[in-house]
Design a protein around this ligand. Structure first.
Ligand code: PXP
Length: 246
């Protein structure tokens, strides 16, 4: 049962890269739905999957299978396109996180420019909200982006932690402060802050310690670590790091 009490930091496990491995051979193994169910058994509070426009990992049928199999919330990551909006409205996942998407990128690089894309996002945020889908905007921890999220009426923002994860020393500390200030600003304006991208056992603690942040979405590291220790162990260890920091 998902715990929505204020102090609890939820862990959403992103299973995209289970599908990446499956697709490398074009078959159906390893099955991302099986991985999702295992993740839930190991303590994931939700499952995140990114249906990219090029279908490089998650496929349309995975979304249908996840919707049918999951008892925890599904967070569908999607680009701000009419195709993805139509898919999200058809499946009505618990949440939809709108992300920027470039075909040539290896993974999501940077947050959405919600301020610039305001006119495209406004009808999408409204349509998803009207359908009962909790909209999240994946943005940089930046005042202008939070301001756009407020004006768009998004209930959730997810702060991109990729820069934090890749920086070191004082630069990382400065970026952490930006995330922490942004989380406080979002929460003061009634927006629930989440965070994710590039998080590992070594860097998750300071982000998990930010009291306003309610959910972390973590994928690549957990699927990579699963090679060494198994997925359940990787998730339980991540959970332990998050709890220790909280
Ligand atoms: N949150 C969002 C919005 C993302 O796009 C991603 C990457 O797909 C993640 C979280 C997870 O990032 P990572 O795979 O680096 O843990």
């Amino acid at each position: 049962m998902t715990d929505y009490s204020p102090a609890r930091l939820r862990l959403g496990v992103n299973i995209d890269h289970v599908a990446t491995i499956r697709n490398a051979r074009g078959g159906d193994h390893p099955d991302p739905v099986k991985a999702a169910l295992l993740a839930v058994e190991a303590g994931a509070d939700g499952i995140t999957a990114h249906l990219r426009e090029d279908r490089r990992h998650i496929r349309d049928e995975d979304i249908a299978s996840l919707m049918a199999a999951l008892t925890v919330p599904l967070n569908l990551e999607m680009a701000a396109t009419s195709e993805m909006l139509e898919i999200a409205l058809r499946h009505k996942p618990h949440a939809a996180c709108i992300v920027p998407e470039k075909r040539e990128e290896r993974t999501t690089e940077g947050g959405l420019d919600a301020a610039r894309a305001f006119d495209v996002l406004a009808p999408m945020v409204k349509a998803l909200g009207d359908a009962g889908v909790r909209v999240s905007l994946f943005i940089e921890p930046d005042v202008a982006q939070i301001d756009a999220a407020i004006r768009l009426g998004a209930p959730v923002v997810e702060f991109h932690t990729g820069s934090y994860a890749h920086l070191a020393g004082q630069a990382r500390a400065d970026e952490l402060r930006r995330i922490s200030d942004a989380a406080a600003l979002a929460a003061r304006n009634g927006i629930e802050p989440h965070a994710g991208h590039g998080l590992t056992f070594d860097n998750v603690g300071p982000v998990a310690a930010i009291p306003q942040i309610r959910e972390l979405n973590i994928g690549h590291f957990l699927v990579g670590e699963a090679i060494f220790t198994g997925l359940a162990d990787a998730i339980q260890t991540m959970r332990a790091h998050m709890d220790a920091a909280r």
